[in-house]
Design a protein around this ligand. Structure first.
Ligand SMILES: NC(=O)c1ccc[n+]([C@@H]2O[C@H](COP(=O)([O-])OP(=O)(O)OC[C@H]3O[C@@H](n4cnc5c(N)ncnc54)[C@H](O)[C@@H]3O)[C@@H](O)[C@H]2O)c1
Length: 253
């Protein structure tokens, strides 16, 4: 078990990738705080059934009080915080359009959740990470969309490009505290969120995506958890500020 004795927080853990990350971290021995604006019961149940330690937190990443409450719950319940996965984002359900036709309210919401939320959650946990003296690992979920420049989703693209920039800036500020900050940038993963994102074009999008990768198949949730465990664990103890593309070879940074 690579994460025995560690405490991890996963935001956006009510479903999709966040749920998969939480289950993977717990299976490696971490105690896990699963945090989401929606109910995390379906994430908690399998972790508990497998004998893992887990607590759910109702969290709005765009609200600083909510982030502080989540960090306090983690510290009170498990005594420390070692790992934060900044996974919550507005993605599924976003209405794509040419950039000049994007909805202004949606634009603001995406910036609030995907960018400000990453700042607020990280800000809420770093004090506890510093106190332990053991450092920590923060993993920000970016996207291939940011480096490719996915058309018809400029709000999402801008927000995930910001996540990459924030990863670099935070890594520089937190390195002296032995807190590592890395980003993971997946291509389209076959989640319920991606099905909602592409709507009726889902099957066509799957085929196009698979053919444009060096490894010609679609990215499944289980393809990502290894990179998450690696970055969360001491196996990556000298790796910080990096963006890790998990995209079957779509893009070389
Ligand atoms: N699925 C993909 O293909 C893909 C590809 C690249 C990157 N990503 C990124 O991976 C992450 C997860 O993707 P997914 O497919 O599981 O997405 P999803 O939309 O299914 O899940 C996102 C989760 O975030 C939660 N959330 C939304 N707003 C929140 C808020 N204000 N506070 C707390 N929680 C909030 C939602 O309730 C949901 O549970 C996102 O950051 C997404 O941008 C996904």
């Amino acid at each position: 078990m690579q994460l025995e004795g560690k405490v991890a927080i996963v935001t956006g853990a009510a479903r999709g990738l966040g749920r998969a990350y939480a289950e993977a971290l717990a299976s490696e021995g971490a105690a896990v705080v699963v945090a989401d604006i929606n109910d995390c019961a379906e994430t908690v149940a399998p972790i508990e059934a497998a004998g893992g330690r887990v607590v759910a937190s109702v969290l709005d990443v765009s609200d600083s009080d909510s982030c502080a409450a989540m960090a306090a719950l983690a510290a009170q319940t498990f005594g420390r915080i070692d790992i934060l996965i900044n996974n919550a984002a507005l993605y599924a359900g976003l209405r794509g359009a040419r950039f000049e036709n994007l909805d202004e309210h949606q634009w603001d919401q995406v910036m609030q959740v995907n960018i400000k939320g990453t700042w607020l959650t990280t800000r809420a946990v770093v004090g506890c990470m510093r106190e332990s003296g053991d450092g920590g690992s923060i993993i920000n979920i970016a996207s291939l969309a940011a480096v490719f420049g996915l058309p018809y989703g400029l709000d999402y693209v801008a927000s995930k490009a910001a996540v990459i920039g924030m990863t670099r800036g935070m890594a520089r500020e937190l390195g002296p505290d032995h807190i590592r900050v890395n980003a993971v940038a997946p291509s389209a993963v076959m989640t319920e969120g991606t099905a909602e994102f592409f709507g009726e074009k889902f099957e066509k999008a799957k085929a196009v995506i698979a053919t444009n990768q060096l490894i010609p198949r679609n990215l499944e949730t289980a393809d990502l958890t290894g990179t998450i465990i690696y970055l969360a664990s001491d196996a990556s103890r000298f790796v910080t500020g990096q963006t890790h593309m998990v995209d079957g070879g779509s893009w070389f940074l």
